[in-house]
Design a binder for this molecule. Sequence first.
Ligand SMILES: Nc1nc(=O)c2c([nH]1)NC[C@@H]1CN(c3ccc(C(=O)N[C@@H](CCC(=O)O)C(=O)O)cc3)C=[N+]21
Length: 214
Amino acid sequence: MLSSLNISDFAGRLAAAEVPPGGGSAAAISGLMGASLLELAVNYSLKSPGQVVCSELLLAKQADLSRLHIELTILIDRDALALRGLLAAAGLPENGAEKQQARRLALQKAIKLAAEVPIETARSCLEVVEIAKTIVTKVDKMVVSDLMAGVAMAYAGIVGSLLSTAINLNELEDELLVNALKGQIYLLQSTADELKAAIEDKVYASAPFSVVRG
Ligand SMILES: Nc1nc(=O)c2c([nH]1)NC[C@@H]1CN(c3ccc(C(=O)N[C@@H](CCC(=O)O)C(=O)O)cc3)C=[N+]21
């Protein structure tokens, strides 16, 4: 399993361009880092004194984040499997009408999966960003930078996975599905942009983070 590789081995596998993982798995890792950084912020804040008021909210988000942590871990391998299926179908023989038809069907099925899996990754990453918005003013000041690093990573996970979906749309023959996926890409990306801007507006409004604002 890719998710049990150490960081250097995973990065090496990405760089080697031999067998998958590709950008979709990397996006899931980015989302996983985002979820984990939010967990750090929540766990730290629950332990620090003076956070008793919001502990109910933080405990609820802690549970959501541990589910997202598992989902995103699984998505690293699910995306690599989808990509592997895609490359395998693309490599099927094309000699003769029957084989050509078999290859076409296999390829369409594989592309559909490779387009749909990263949509799930983007959804999980978006949930991470949504959680960040609800807790950003509730966590201990000490871990706001960790939380914001988590937002940046989850946001990168959204962009990376939606790009992976988008590239597969070119080859997908089912026009209804293509249009539905395009709609989901647009909605997920624009929601992510709005949420990220709202969180940054809040955090970058004052020191020490105003210096980070572009
Ligand atoms: N859900 C999803 N996730 C992706 O990550 C994704 C995707 N869809 N759609 C297509 C693009 C393209 N991409 C590649 C990554 C590595 C090779 C690669 O390493 N190729 C090797 C060997 C491939 C093989 O072993 O057959 C080569 O061509 O030399 C190719 C293509 C990932 N993408």
